[in-house]
Design a protein around this ligand. Structure first.
Ligand SMILES: *Cc1c(COP(=O)(O)O)cnc(C)c1O
Length: 393
């Protein structure tokens, strides 16, 4: 038996211990099976124990684990090349988490202008309801008072505007602005996609003013919406992109991608990471890319997303007193509720379906990208039962 009392109380998990995973399922020692439609928050992009990912990790554990970036790492070079071949970017910096990927981008935005003789261009604009991680800089970038309270004074060089409001953004950009950071689909903030035309307008504003445009695709990227990166839907190119979560399929890895021009400031000594791009993480990352970039795979993600979205819309029609609507793209979907999203999440878990929360009234659904339609049907049956049996109050 174990207890959680030696852990800092930053989380309050329910009293369930999983012993193993199997595709879209997590299983306790007692054999209770849970359908996993949250995927460790978009991390286990191919479910649990996908044979191709397990093989990639095992292959590397038998060779060597770590050398640090004092030496070349073949898996890192290969993964960087594949990410750049398939995106706007020319260069990649590897790290171990989402927050570190954002941090690298924030530093780059400031250093870029500094190196061009404009050190006063250091302010960065973030969006209301954003989430970029839990380090000092990333909480400052998102500006959520619930996360920043008690951790620093002042604004740390960040300004904030409402997400989707191009006029407010135009107003906020000054000759002191280094860059803008946003999530193409806000995750923690409530599965909120950018309004049509917004990313294009931000791109134009940035290009006109020499401001750098950074997208945080830690949650919405890596195939989640049916494109490798979500900004591709808007046919724009950012200058910098943060990736993590699904990139490692469950193994910790983060990456900051940038164009040649912008990344040129990141020379020896400017930045680093002991574990970043380690052989274990990058071997798994390459295996994830094998699956994401397989011919026709991203189309199937989009189709499964449409299937799930349609089924959720039908559920909203059946339970209009409890559900308000569905939003999101691909397999990044939010179900807006009239009832408490926390209580709904608890009841679904008790019924055997794992989901997440986002914002104040969103139930978040992030199933594995290779979820089957039969599993989607099972999830919907569970949701329908829970909502039908719902006792108000
Ligand atoms: C999860 C997340 C992060 C932070 O990632 P960590 O690995 O927890 O540091 C940053 N941005 C977005 C959009 C995220 O969803």
């Amino acid at each position: 038996m174990t207890d959680s009392n030696a852990l800092m109380a930053t989380y309050a998990p329910p009293d369930i211990l999983f012993e193993r995973g199997e595709g879209s399922w997590l299983i306790t020692r007692e054999g209770d099976r849970y359908l996993d439609f949250i995927s460790g928050i978009a991390v286990t992009a191919f479910g649990h124990e996908h044979p191709h990912l397990v093989a990639a990790l095992k292959e590397q554990t038998d060779k060597y684990w770590h050398s640090s970036n004092m030496f070349r790492v073949e898996g890192a070079e290969k993964l960087a090349r594949r990410l750049t071949d398939n995106s706007f970017a020319d260069r990649v910096f590897f790290c171990n988490s989402g927050a570190e990927a954002v941090e690298a981008g924030l530093k780059m935005m400031r250093r870029y202008h500094y190196d061009r003789g404009q050190p006063h261009r250091s302010r960065i604009i973030g969006m209301h309801n954003a989430f970029h991680g839990r380090t000092i800089a990333t909480i400052a970038a998102a500006g959520n008072p619930a996360h920043t309270k008690g951790f620093f004074e002042g604004d740390m060089g960040f300004d904030h505007v409402p997400f989707g409001d191009i006029d407010a953004l135009q107003e906020a950009v000054t000759d002191k602005t280094a860059g803008i950071i946003l999530e193409p689909i806000q995750g923690e903030g409530g599965i909120m996609p950018a309004p049509d035309g917004y990313l294009k307008a931000v791109r134009d504003l940035c290009s006109q003013t020499g401001t750098l445009f950074m997208v945080d695709e830690i949650q919405c990227g890596m195939g989640r919406t049916g494109k490798l990166f979500a900004h591709e839907w808007d046919q724009i190119k950012p200058d910098i992109l943060a990736s993590a979560k699904g990139l490692g399929g469950g193994f910790p890895i983060g990456a900051c991608l940038a164009t040649e021009q912008v990344s040129a400031c990141m020379i020896v000594g400017t930045h680093g990471s002991t574990f970043g791009g380690n052989p274990l993480a990058t071997n798994v990352g390459n295996a994830v890319l094998d699956l994401v970039l397989a011919e026709g795979f991203l189309e199937t993600v989009y189709e499964r997303g449409q299937y799930l979205k349609g089924a959720l819309e039908a559920l909203v029609t059946r339970h209009p007193d409890k559900l308000a609507g569905v939003r999101g793209r691909g397999l990044m979907l939010g179900l807006q509720t009239h009832i408490s999203n926390t209580r709904l999440l608890d009841c679904l878990r008790e019924a055997g379906l794992l989901t997440g929360r986002a914002g104040s009234d969103i139930l978040r659904l992030l199933p594995p990208l290779n979820v089957s339609t039969a599993e989607i049907d099972q999830a919907l049956t569970l949701m329908d039962t829970v909502l039908t049996d719902w006792q108000s109050g």
